[in-house]
Design a protein around this ligand. Sequence first.
Ligand code: SF4
Length: 286
Amino acid sequence: MLCLSAEGLLPKIDYAIFADTGWEPGAVYSHLDRLENDIAGPADIPTVRVSTGNIRDDALNPNHRFASMPLHILNQDGRPGMARRQCTSEYKIKPIKKKVRDLIGYPFPKRIPSGVYVEQWVGISTDEFHRAKDSDVAYMRNRHPLIVDMNWSRADCLRYLKARGLGQTPKSSCLGCPYHGNAQWRHIRDTSPEEWQDVVAFDTAIRTGSARANANGTPLLGQAFLHRARVPLDEAPIDRVTAHELAQRQLELVDEEDLEQGDLDGCSPWSCRSGSPVQADYDQAA
Ligand code: SF4
């Protein structure tokens, strides 16, 4: 959408905002630099990076409140579950809302008069229209230009990016997002050994829940994992997933396609509908 706006195929936007969880892959930050320097800058579109902290550091900091990630849980009785997801709201939606209020001159807690609002573009394509939804605040109204103005599918977007020399656009998400599928885990392992070590270390560190919960004497009742197989990441079957391996690892509840691709919806402010189930019997101590 930034490129389309910069090229004049969509109206010119006033700002582009990137919500930084502090734990994106290096390729995403490089890509962001390039977008700012080569596309937004020349088009005179200010890009703003906002953040409420580093999600990785915060999860491992006993003095910091833990905004729960959608970790895969193995309960004490052996049943699988998922932790609640609070991270998208805390690290993406919250800082964007704060910045928007600042930009329109009504920083929190100043009351925003009715009728004052920004139009916020969300990049949902036609094949994922089910993810398009309204904002939850009156001062932001969501618009979905890829659907409404362009009628573009994901394939159309990819073709356009390729034609603009942006065919390698990386997917934005936290390095250790539990929604990753095997393809994403393999990509990290095979292209960035340092980042692989980083996610493996994090996976080990969150096994009994957040550092804050453990420091408070309320550790997780069960075990938490980044991989949906609910085994340590460096032992997870990320190379090849067969029915035999699934049986060996007692993964009969896990869909093979999910293991490979991960959650296609992924994580995006205002359009993230994946991972919504809340595990009632999982004691999220944080
Ligand atoms: S990418 Fe994953 S871990 Fe990061 S904020 Fe989104 S859901 Fe949470």
